[in-house]
Design a protein around this ligand. Sequence first.
Ligand code: FES
Length: 209
Amino acid sequence: MTDPSEAAPRTAAVAAVDQGRRTWIAITCGAGAVGGVATAVPFVSTFAPSERARAAGAPVQVDIGGIPPGGKLTVEWRGKPVWIVRRTKEQIEALKKTDAEVADPNSDRKAYPIPSYAKNEWRSIKPEYLVVVGICSHLGCSPSDKFTPGAQPSLPADWQGGFLCPCHGSTFDLAGRVFKNKPAPDNLEVPPHMYVSDTTLLIGEDKKA
Ligand code: FES
């Protein structure tokens, strides 16, 4: 009998919205591996894909309608956390200020080739929504949300909001671009994705797929 979860994208109903709170723990500091993946969020129960579908990397359909401005939703795709951040106007504007401070402002590096539809100043299809894999390009830790601008521990006085990797201090702006002179060599990966409707995203598949 065919498992329906293998034939159609998995659907995450309004899943956990985590504002400034890390809900995905995938840290093995120093060991260089993503290990001990633990989740503490309700979305796990809404996914329930079969193991075979998970291994095959089935696309994940996500309802993003419940994410408030400035909020973030974490979903799982191919065993990895994918973050969907609904950026505010102020956060979108702030990306201009970090242009000169990030290592690869135009996403030209090839380690994680960015889909053509996200190769722009926001690194996204729609400026409002950032969609990235939440795994540091250094040794695979999961960075923490640091959305509040301004000086704070481990961050500069002109911090505009973004992510801080707790393992070795790499920082990323709210487009997932890594700052200069940090251990992480690349920006956060943008997975293939597309909008099925204004409030529904499909992660793991795009029009070209
Ligand atoms: S894993 Fe080393 S800085 Fe992120």
